[in-house]
Ligand binder design. Structure first.
Ligand SMILES: [Zn+2]
Length: 455
């Protein structure tokens, strides 16, 4: 437990201790372990692992304090931005650490009474460096899978037992013990609606180099009932893919896939999904005129190579052949751009909506958030207006650029400054460097090593 020092004394003491660790690391790195012998190396590995875990425990303490500072210091959005920039860890990892820290930290209520952490045994083991990251994950998973009908005292007992074992065995064993405890506490596998609601989820994996994506997760009974009904419509011999003739040779898994695709396409074309940021919910795809021309010819002439990919507003790649097939259904927004000027040549859609035109330009030019190294795709971006740039014969859309929610707020509140560069892209700076543009959605620029700031 930390001792009660004033802020300057606490800062000094922490800096001295961190400095001593840095100095000790230098000594360790400079000292050869070539001749110390295997027993000594195992001891050394043991101590390094423990120190790593203690470090991790301190890290969770700091993340807990950052997320809910008792000195009420700083906005969480600015803190997250600073952590992302300084630690170079992903936003998802920042969220994960804050969430876990909240579960293993005690708090003080408004009246000043101490509230014990949700997972007290795990909290102590993390703080003292007894358990590693994989143990923590195994204990949390085992506790989280218990249904709400298990009494709190039994959950606490399960947690304490698993942590006790985590101090002696690896995380794989802890995970298996967790499953056995869950089966014991919930022998009939009884789960309430609340348990099911908590456990439902679908994870769409990242798109592979071949364009395919892995989907995994748990459906609740209602979702399964819908899925089964749609899958029945895609039973053997029914609704085969375009151009497929003769007997249906699809596997069950392939028909399930086609059923999901049919359901999503039908939902989108129904127009019943409402609007998203001002335009009807639908697929947005952008490409260039040269590639679209080539693709249109390649469909009929096999000697012409099919250009590879168009880009969707979700940040994924869509084969040009699929784009042409989808465009025939006319339910999608298609933006075609000149190769060099990023100027729209054609905007196709069902209805003309001014704000949609502007967003389409953002999709094609920016593809996603414009702040350097931000990976948020276009579907999840707001439109940022760069007011301090005086246009010279340019359209309004030249002043509008994509920014994700937190970055848009950073620009609006003045923590970041934005300027439209000569290339029409938005440059960002916090004032310490020249404005930089985001190449993260344009891998061809990353590879070319395009100058930044752009000329
Ligand atoms: Zn962003």
């Amino acid at each position: 437990m930390a001792t009660g020092l004033g802020a300057p004394a606490a800062r000094e003491q922490i800096c001295i201790a961190l400095g001593a660790i840095d100095a000790a690391h230098e000594v360790l790195r400079a000292t050869s372990s070539d001749l110390v012998g295997t027993d000594f190396r195992v001891d050394m590995a043991d101590r390094l692992e423990t120190q790593d875990r203690i470090n991790r425990g301190l890290m969770y303490r700091i993340f807990g304090e950052l997320a809910a500072p008792s000195d009420g210091d700083g906005s969480i959005i600015a803190v997250r931005a600073a952590l992302w920039k300084r630690l170079r860890i992903t936003p998802r990892e920042i969220t994960r650490r804050c969430r876990l820290a909240a579960r293993i930290r005690g708090r003080h209520s408004l009246t000043g009474t101490h509230i014990a952490p949700e997972l007290p045994a795990l909290a102590e083991a993390v703080e003292t460096g007894v358990v590693g990251e994989d143990h923590i994950r195994a204990v949390c998973q085992a506790v989280d899978v218990l249904p709400a009908s298990v009494a709190p005292a039994e959950v606490a007992q399960a947690e304490a037992t698993l942590v006790e074992h985590a101090a002696r065995v690896d995380a794989g064993v802890v995970a298996k013990l967790g499953q056995r405890i869950a089966d014991h506490l919930n022998p009939d596998g009884l789960f309430s609606d609340e348990d099911r609601a908590r456990r439902r989820g679908l994870t769409l994996g990242r798109q592979g180099p071949d364009g395919m994506s892995k989907l995994s997760g748990l459906l609740d009974p209602q979702a399964r009932a819908y899925f089964e009904a749609v899958a029945a419509a895609v039973r053997p011999g029914h609704r085969q893919p375009d151009g497929a003739a003769g007997p249906d040779e699809r596997s069950c898994a392939q028909r399930n896939h086609d059923a999901l695709k049919l359901a999503l396409a039908t939902a989108l074309s129904s127009g019943e999904l409402g609007t998203h940021r001002g335009h009807p919910v639908t697929v947005v795809v952008s490409t260039t005129l040269a590639e679209l021309n080539q693709a249109a010819h390649a469909v009929t002439d096999p000697t012409i190579p099919m250009p590879p990919w168009a880009h969707t507003g979700g940040g994924s790649r869509l084969p040009m052949r699929d784009l042409i097939a989808m465009a025939a259904n006319a339910i999608h927004y298609l933006a075609v751009f000149d190769d060099h000027t990023a100027r729209p040549l054609y905007l196709g859609r069902q209805k003309r909506i001014a704000t949609t035109d502007q967003r389409l330009i953002c999709y094609a030019r920016d593809r996603g958030c414009t702040r350097p190294n931000c990976l948020v795709p276009g579907y999840h971006c707001e439109v940022h207006h760069s007011p301090d740039w005086t246009p010279n014969g340019r359209t309004d859309a030249d002043k509008l650029h994509f920014a994700c929610g937190p970055d848009h707020a950073a620009a609006t509140e003045g923590r970041q400054q934005t300027t439209v560069t000569e290339s029409g892209r938005l440059g960002w700076t916090d004032g310490s460097t020249p404005p930089q543009i985001n190449h993260a959605h344009h891998p061809e620029e990353l590879l070319r090593g395009d100058p930044d700031p752009p000329e």
